[in-house]
Design a protein around this ligand. Structure first.
Ligand code: PMP
Length: 461
């Protein structure tokens, strides 16, 4: 049988309907509607199988295509590298592997080692395994627990789900990995639900972590794993004083700090990494999505030299090195793409653009909030923003999920792709999400705000 003709888009759609198992979607809808095929992308825009143009307000759906579509320089870098040398296991190094590691480390003072992997989940798993091995080797196996936070997400594998603060997402996938312990979230807008509303919320939200540590026993806690700004759990920008107190607590109890930068990493919030807004000193930083803007699969678990030193060979213990391998982790296309990606961010001043455009978009959302009572709260850092929809501004009861989805669908009709927080998590699936590429202009952001304005009027009146 011949290959499907790539220009025969109705055949492509039918093959999709027959054979593709889409991520995160109920499939019944495809009995009556066509699956969406994204055929082409350029800059901030993508085109579907019907030739319809969409402004992408979410960088590839999930905060990924930071430098935009159609970047020939990244494709060229990957092509040149693949022709020269496509693959050898990470037991050996590679030219782009070294080049990108050196570049990355220059953006992360205090950290020194890059462990390559393929996905955000996998990078987080590496950090979890390192924590467990440090416990086994240096703490008699006692300091094995890993703290994670309500509403944070760290990935799709069973261990990552065990560290997942969106419990409903886990339903039907248990039993889970033992040794992961939850701490409370830090969304100030919903502090009243935690009984923590009032001054100094940031410090008190962090103190709530210390309470869990004391309850569990500080000598049993190996690491604390947090998103710098929580993504799918509600675009949660940490409150004032939070990170300073978190750092103090980690230092006090000798707890390693693992920051999950899978969404925030490589420019999304206007700094290279989200944690760099808050002056904290992580022991592990994991990253994926924006590292190569989706031009190749790559993730990294970056560590301090202190962590690396704990794995130095020991001639008396032949098992003491990090006994981990990922076949495709560090595949040369990944670091080659990542190096070209970071060069674009530097050459085009995209961090500065992200900060400027992020402030502009926050103003646009604040203006929409004045007009639409359904917007309870707007928040964001750089080009990573959210608008939380509520049925009632006083009680802050979340808006009806179906209506939130109707707003997203209405924007899609208008040719603007926006997102909403995780649909599978009742109670906090009510935040519209915006994460346009770091190349966004005011015109792009006006188009997004205008579509949201019209959609809110149509759906909520
Ligand atoms: N961490 C965070 C904060 C994420 O948002 C995600 C993905 N949405 C992951 C980890 C998992 O990344 P991946 O899907 O690449 O495994």
């Amino acid at each position: 049988m011949d290959n499907l003709n790539p220009n025969d888009l109705s055949a492509i759609v039918e093959a999709d309907r027959a054979h593709i198992w889409h991520h995160l979607l109920p499939h019944k809808q495809f009995e009556t509607t066509d699956p969406r095929i994204i055929v082409e992308g350029k800059g901030m825009r993508v085109w579907d199988q019907n030739g319809k143009e969409h402004l992408d307000g979410v960088s590839g759906g999930v905060w990924t295509v930071n430098v935009g579509y159609g970047r020939v320089e990244i494709a060229d870098a990957v092509h040149a590298q693949l022709v020269k040398m496509n693959y050898f296991a990470q037991t050996a190094g590679s030219i782009p592997g070294s080049q990108f590691a050196e570049k990355l480390i220059s953006k992360m003072p205090g950290l020194t080692r890059v462990y390559y992997a393929n996905s955000g989940s996998e990078a987080n798993e590496k950090a979890f395994k390192m924590v467990r091995q440090i416990s086994a080797r240096h703490h008699g196996g006692k300091k094995y627990k890993i703290l994670y936070r309500h509403r944070d997400y760290h990935g799709t594998t069973i261990a990552c789900l065990s560290a997942g603060g969106q419990e409903q997402r886990n339903a039907q996938y248990g039993p889970f990995t033992p040794g992961f312990v939850a701490v409370p979230h830090c969304l100030e807008y919903r502090a009243h639900e935690q009984g923590l509303a009032g001054d100094d919320y940031g410090v008190r939200a962090a103190d709530a972590i210390e309470e869990v540590i004391l309850r569990e026993g500080p000598d049993t806690i190996g690491a604390l794993c947090l998103e710098p700004v929580t993504a799918g759990g509600g675009v949660i920008v940490p409150p004032k004083g939070y990170w300073e107190r978190v750092q103090e607590i980690c230092t006090k109890y000798d707890i390693l700090l693992h920051i999950d930068e899978v969404v925030c990493g490589v420019g999304r919030t206007g700094t290279w990494f989200g944690y760099q807004h808050y002056g904290v000193k992580p022991d592990f930083v994991t990253m994926a999505k924006g590292v190569a803007s989706g031009y190749a699969a790559i993730s990294c678990c970056v560590t301090s030299e202190r962590v690396f030193e704990m794995f130095k060979d020991d001639p008396t213990d032949p098992l003491h090195f990090f006994r981990d391998i990922s076949t495709f982790g560090g595949c040369t296309s990944g670091p080659a793409a990542a190096l070209a990606n970071i060069k674009i961010i530097e050459d085009e001043g995209l961090l500065e653009n992200t900060t400027r455009m992020g402030e502009y978009m926050l103003d646009q959302l604040a203006a929409l909030q004045e007009k639409h009572a359904v917007i309870g709260h707007v928040r964001g850092k750089g080009l990573f923003l959210g608008a939380e929809l509520v049925a009632d501004r006083t009680t802050k009861e979340p808006a009806d999920e179906k209506k939130v989805q109707a707003v997203v669908a209405d924007c899609m009709q208008q040719g603007v792709i926006i997102g909403a927080t995780n649909r599978s998590v009742p109670g906090y699936n009510n935040t519209l999400c915006f994460s346009p590429a770091l190349i966004s202009t005011k015109d792009d952001l006006n188009q997004i705000a205008d579509a949201v304005d019209k959609a809110l009027t149509r759906v909520f009146g």
